[in-house]
Ligand binder design. Structure first.
Ligand code: ZN
Length: 317
């Protein structure tokens, strides 16, 4: 009985073991596979996540780059538009100013020439030093002066004219009077320029009615009370080692005589004399000879000599 019972128990145990074994192994298998799957899925997810992140960040970078590129392009375009607008506005202002300034001067002048007889009479008076009653327009119509206007650089005077300032152009290389006036005009609406410029062949260009002021001295550095508002400028064309021509000097004397009498000018000076800090013109100018010639033109030698004595004792320009 005992042995039967034992056999039964052992059979049961055996059965139990044999039954439980596969179940156990299945569970283990299942568990391990689940773990594996979980691991794999984790790996996959990690990879996916990594890839996604990488892709997303790449996309972001690209987007960002594109955006920043776009921003830069937009900013550049905006800057260009602004600079173009500013340039256009400046151009318009320049054009308007030039037109205004040109109108101030060019409107009142009539350049239609007088008859040859009248022209000859005024010319003779000019050369003889007795033309001061003729206006600047008369002188242009008589072809004593050539009307070659400044385009800008002209101001209305606030007071009377007291000074006459002589200059020499001292261009880098020889240039004629017209070229020099054009170069002034190209600088802009507030360019330099004298009312008169005497060319190498004696031709006198009138660039502005001397009733108007031009910019031929530096208002801040000029001495002796001379400024653009109270002075008239005469440029003599000269460059390098050129000597003033006889025709130039003859025209200059007649011109100075005319301007001096017409505007009751009390003092004639050189640019270098009133602006010694940075000017020496008119360069190599013979003031004594000029004074003598002017005096003989005006037949008033004593007075003129006294007026120029100070200049002769000074510098050359
Ligand atoms: Zn000068």
């Amino acid at each position: 009985m005992e042995s039967r019972w034992l056999r039964f128990v052992s059979l049961i145990l055996l059965l139990n073991i044999s039954l439980s074994l596969p179940s156990y192994s299945a569970t283990t298998k299942h568990k391990s596979s689940a773990k594996q799957h979980h691991k794999q899925s984790q790996v996959t997810r990690k990879t996916v996540t990594k890839k996604t992140v990488a892709r997303r960040s790449a996309t972001k970078t690209i987007v960002h780059r594109t955006a920043s590129k776009k921003t830069v392009a937009r900013k550049t375009a905006t800057a260009k538009t602004i600079s173009r607008k500013t340039a256009n506005r400046r151009k318009t202002v320049t054009r308007v100013t030039r037109t205004l300034v040109a109108n101030i001067w060019s409107t009142p002048i009539n350049t239609s020439p007088y008859t040859p007889a009248v022209r000859n009479r005024i010319n003779a008076k000019f050369k003889g030093g007795t033309a001061s009653r003729f206006s600047s327009e008369d002188m242009v119509r008589a072809k004593v002066f050539v009307h070659y206007p400044l385009k800008g650089g002209i101001r209305k005077r606030t007071g009377g004219v007291r000074f006459l300032v002589l200059h020499s152009t001292e261009t880098g290389r020889p240039a004629d009077a017209r070229t020099i006036v054009r170069s002034w005009n190209n600088i802009g609406p507030r360019h330099p320029g004298a009312q008169y410029i005497v060319d190498r062949d004696g031709t006198i260009l009138q660039t502005a009615d001397p009733a108007y002021a031009t910019v031929h001295v530096n208002d801040r550095t000029a001495l002796g009370g001379v400024n653009n508002d109270n002075s008239i400028g005469i440029e003599i064309v000269r460059s390098g080692k050129q000597k003033y021509t006889q025709k130039q000097l003859n025209s200059l004397v007649a011109l100075v005589g005319y301007v001096k009498d017409r505007f009751n000018i009390t003092r004639i000076c050189g640019h270098g004399e009133v602006q010694p800090s940075d000017r020496t013109d008119p360069v190599a100018f013979d003031w004594s000879r000029f004074a003598r010639n002017l005096a003989s033109l005006q037949q008033n030698q004593g007075e003129t000599q006294t007026a120029y004595s100070r200049l002769r004792d000074g510098s050359d320009g």
